[in-house]
Design a binder for this molecule. Sequence first.
Ligand code: BG6
Length: 456
Amino acid sequence: MLWGAALSAAQCEGAYNVDGKGLSNCDNIYAGKRDMSKWYPRADENHYYPTHRAVEFYYHYKEDIALMKECGLQCLRTSIAWSRVFPNGDDEKPNEKGVAFYDSMIDELIKNGIEPIITISHLEIPYELTEKYGGWENPKFAAAYVKYAKFLLDHFQGRVKYWITFNEINMILYFPLSLGARIDLSNHVEESKFKAIHQILLANASVVAYAKENHPTMMIGAMIAYSPIYPYSCQPDDVFKAMTSERNALYIGDVMVRGKYPKYMERLFKEKKIDIGITDDDKQLLSENCIDFLATSYYCTNAASVSNETERSSGNLFGGTRNPYLKTSEWGWQIDPLGLRYALNFLYDRYQIPLMIVENGLGAKDEVVDGEIHDDYHIDYISQHLKELEEAQEDGVEILAYTLWSFLDQVSASSGEMKKRYGLVYCDVDDEGNGSFKRMKKKSFKWYQEFLSSKK
Ligand code: BG6
């Protein structure tokens, strides 16, 4: 098993228009209260855009990787920005300078003994491609993704073994923008979301097929966001609601691991008169090309209730019913370490393939006091979750990697804030982009370093 930490290109790199990079969907999301369910038009002069500089990993990556080595990371999960490699999404030739950046970054990781785990699409898609094709619902859009993914697999052959095709696919159902799904919110929204996911699932299967044929030693996985949903009470209606709510994530795992849409989705599509346009060729592609491992994020759990009397909770993009037994983070996410053991056992029982926990962490406000950050809250969160992860391993769950979210502080996906800090390393930049961008090791860095030294 590999122990490490995670980042995502759009949230950490910055340099949004440097060295030939094209504009991405994330580059258009301005600071302030954001709405990830809508689509943002092209960036203009009137706003501040947090991803434009983010934490400037693009310029600091060597220093940051040196810190990763010092901390003892065995792996880094990060992503490649599609718009840096193919600025318009479907350019004939890749952008050489963009590729050179990832060559250098990946070589630097390898040189420092850190295994790269690469997400091909994490929150970020080329804006020009959406102008051309509209978004994921259009098969031409997915074809451009597959071309991009094949290029990466060929180019990084021999250097990158572990690939994650997509970040948190189920998020489209709640927040289309989190996968760059440009969905016409005025019309057939639900059908559009399921169609977009269908194209993503086909693209995922095409990448698996390509790897099997051309790069058989690569391991191809894909990711869902899994926040278990507990029944608020033992009333059967609550139990049933919890089960059906979970299927929004699990049906995607079912298709990718078992190779076909489960019957309960066929029924749902029929009842809601949703036509995702699935063909016999699609069915064959899906059934012949299942993923090698399932990646998931785990931050919190939620509850489900049929009653209108219960309180609402927030969560990793989607919320639910407030669970009175759990404490929450400053952003209202319900902290549940035992839920991680539950989630791992549940997913492994269901799928029986290796798992990766590619995100797990706490977003919190840090304070710098005399040049130090005593983030005991991060340490408490991480240590309690790691204890449960190790219990799950004892239970027999096969885990390929754990990558803590996150190595560096980076731009929050749901709020765009810098003050929602997850990192082991503090980055000196605030919500308006002021700061020196200097890195500082937090107390949690030292804690994780000690933890990792016991894993050598
Ligand atoms: C996951 C995303 O949903 O949660 C990450 O994959 C994101 O990109 C993480 O940063 C934490 O969410 P947030 O909104 O607190 O940044």
